[in-house]
Design a protein around this ligand. Structure first.
Ligand code: SF4
Ligand code: SF4
Length: 346
């Protein structure tokens, strides 16, 4: 690990030079009154003071639609692997935690070459949160700060950034930052203050237990009335799935071209709140009921995925689902706190 300091002006020049290089540079930019990740055309458009982006950076690791292979009816198929080098700038710690979870999920068991090749081609410049969003609760989920997964971590300390490089890719980039100098004790103290503030301050919704208790809580609350109470209002729109950095479910579809001889196999995002998510052959839907789908999402975050990745809870507290849900029922903290009210988990 190496830690440097670079002025904001110098960092902007570094980004401008990156944009002129061969790799794609993606960063956070303003989009009307919100923020979004998108290809950066000008260094001055980068907004590291943002609160939260509409969609998470998941879309660059697992695109909403990607071609897995092209096929010919009477011939071989060719695997398609679209993984151009990319620098992703401005990933918040909670989104970094979500990416690290996906890295683990897509590399264990069936190694997913499409995801992993793309992941390895991406250099991540993460940044500590400078502005809390309206619904963030990363402090409750222990994801308000991050200490691994990124190539570089930036912390805004006023007129400059403290730049921590953790990988060879990160260190190579820091070498290109003209004016970067080893971080002094004063800069490190300012960084510590930012991170300590975020560790407790990114908490607009407070989970009333440690995240580690959630699997145990859910074991005892499968038939709790909250599932039906909340799901009565659910539109099954799937917005909570689409905006979530830890939702990674997909559908695989074959698309045959008009010549009826060639085609492609694609994967597209899916979402467990959508009515047909669990429809299988014979048109049988094993989760037809809205409350079962609503419960499944919260079980997946709090119990099923954690059982695959060493207990890590698959909600990182970004708060996007809270903002995206028109029915105002998607907030995981509301549901988990309701479950906690009369359940003994000690
Ligand atoms: S469940 Fe909601 S708050 Fe948790 S990570 Fe997903 S979108 Fe963010
Ligand atoms: S919980 Fe909210 S966002 Fe999710 S599917 Fe239901 S209405 Fe849509």
């Amino acid at each position: 690990m190496s830690v440097s300091t670079v002025s904001k002006e110098q960092f902007r020049s570094f980004v401008a030079a990156l944009i002129g290089s061969e790799q794609t540079v993606v960063g956070v930019q303003a989009k009307n009154d919100k923020f979004a990740f998108g290809p950066l055309r000008r260094a001055e458009d980068l907004r590291l003071d943002y609160d939260v982006t509409i969609l998470s950076p998941r879309k660059y690791l697992l695109p909403p639609k990607e071609t897995l292979l092209n096929f010919q009816v009477a011939g071989d198929s060719q695997t398609v692997c679209d993984c151009q080098p990319m620098v992703l700038i401005g990933v918040h710690p909670y989104d970094m935690a979500a990416i690290s979870q996906m890295d683990e999920l897509f590399s264990q068991g069936e190694y997913d070459t499409h995801y992993m090749n793309r992941r390895q081609a991406i250099t991540i410049i993460a940044c500590d949160v400078a502005t809390a969003s309206a619904n963030v609760f990363a402090s409750s989920m222990n994801t308000a700060t991050v200490d691994s997964g990124f190539d570089i971590l930036l912390t805004d300390i006023g007129g400059a950034y403290v730049v921590q490089a953790d990988t060879d890719k990160g260190r190579a980039l820091v070498k290109k930052m003209a004016g970067a100098k080893p971080a002094g004790a004063d800069d490190m103290a300012k960084r510590k203050a930012v991170q300590e503030k975020n560790r407790t301050g990114l908490n607009k919704h407070v989970l009333e237990c440690k995240p580690a208790f959630l699997p145990k809580l859910l074991e005892k609350t499968y038939d709790h009335p909250v599932w039906e109470d909340k799901a009565r209002l659910c539109y099954s729109c799937g917005s909570c799935n689409q905006v979530c950095p830890t939702c990674y479910c997909f559908d695989v579809q074959d698309e045959v071209n008009w010549d009826l001889k060639t085609g492609s196999r694609c994967r597209v995002w899916d979402g467990c709140l959508l009515e047909n998510f669990a429809t299988v052959a014979g048109n049988h839907n094993f989760r037809k009921n809205r409350s079962a789908r609503f419960r499944h999402r919260l079980y997946r975050k709090g119990k099923y995925v954690p059982s695959k990745i060493g207990g890590q809870i698959a909600c990182v507290g970004c708060g996007r689902c809270v903002s995206a849900c028109t029915a105002k029922i998607a907030n995981p903290v509301d549901v988990y706190n309701t479950l906690l009210e009369n359940t003994e988990i000690g």
